[in-house]
Ligand binder design. Sequence first.
Ligand code: NAP
Length: 301
Amino acid sequence: MAHLEAQREIPYNLFKAKTPLWGEVLETYRLTPPERPEENDVRHVVLSSTGLSYLPGQSVGIVPDGYDPRTGKPHKLRLYSVASDSKGDYGDYKTVSVVVVRHFWNDELGGQNRVPGVCSKFLCDCEVGEKVRITGPVGKRFLLPTDYQQRDLIFVATGTGIAPFRGMLKQMFEEGYEGQVFLIFGVQHSDTVLYDDEFKTYLKYPNYHYATALSREAAKNPFPDIVPTRQNKIYVQVRVWELRDELRASLAKPDTVIFQCGLKGMETGVMNVIDKIGLDLGIDNLSKELQTDGRMILEVY
Ligand code: NAP
């Protein structure tokens, strides 16, 4: 991994929890149709952040207002991947954007179901003009290689795990990227594909390849024996297999990097299918080899 980080200054922890940056909500809007249930309530939030520099792939901390009723202490910060490029959505280096899904959890000890997640509720309910405490940035691993320009890159995302790839793609195409890039993105429905219009605008570049995996539409996994998925759903690993010929050509190159961001569950499925593609290249355990070489970079929860 060290070679990916050569000669770059990575902004780090410029604002800490005790001395956070006070940002203001400049814009907040839902990325998914309002008729979809709360579990599909995903928002794009633009915060003013003058003085905070960051790279796509890094995360910022958000400190929700209020106190934790269990400890009586102020809420702790939660990390969100930055969803903008370094310039920010307004291009003036004065904003940072995040993408947030309204999260619910079951409190088995307290016997309460569908408890709203503290920070996702705070951020999803924030209105324009409200002040929000921001910390960071943090993260030195999930970054574009400094010499990414001619490398092939494979981005695999599920749900809000799309955040880092939005900023990376914007930066890459603005900087005249010359490699082959694959964006393989899994969500539940055709109308919940986050930033779909934006990702389609890059289709004008012949070196950009975009595929979505819609897990709750009618189509079923056509390769259940080769790429098994829960209830034969179309998951990102199915699309990886469908694109195997193009991906094999990229994976045959010694400097291609795969990034995975999103649900922990995708990791094994994607690794298995990469290993299958590797066998055609005469490589046993290609996913392990890529990891050892720092060319399989994961941010999964
Ligand atoms: P989600 O809507 O629950 O899932 C996204 C897609 O992944 C759905 O189509 C889902 O299918 C599918 N999926 C489920 N299990 C899978 C598996 N084993 N293999 C492949 N695909 C699978 O996602 P979300 O609620 O947005 O959550 C995204 C995750 O990304 C969270 O864990 C979050 O912590 C993490 N993350 C977020 C950020 C951020 O900045 N917000 C950054 C990095 C990572 P089904 O639901 O139909 O099974």
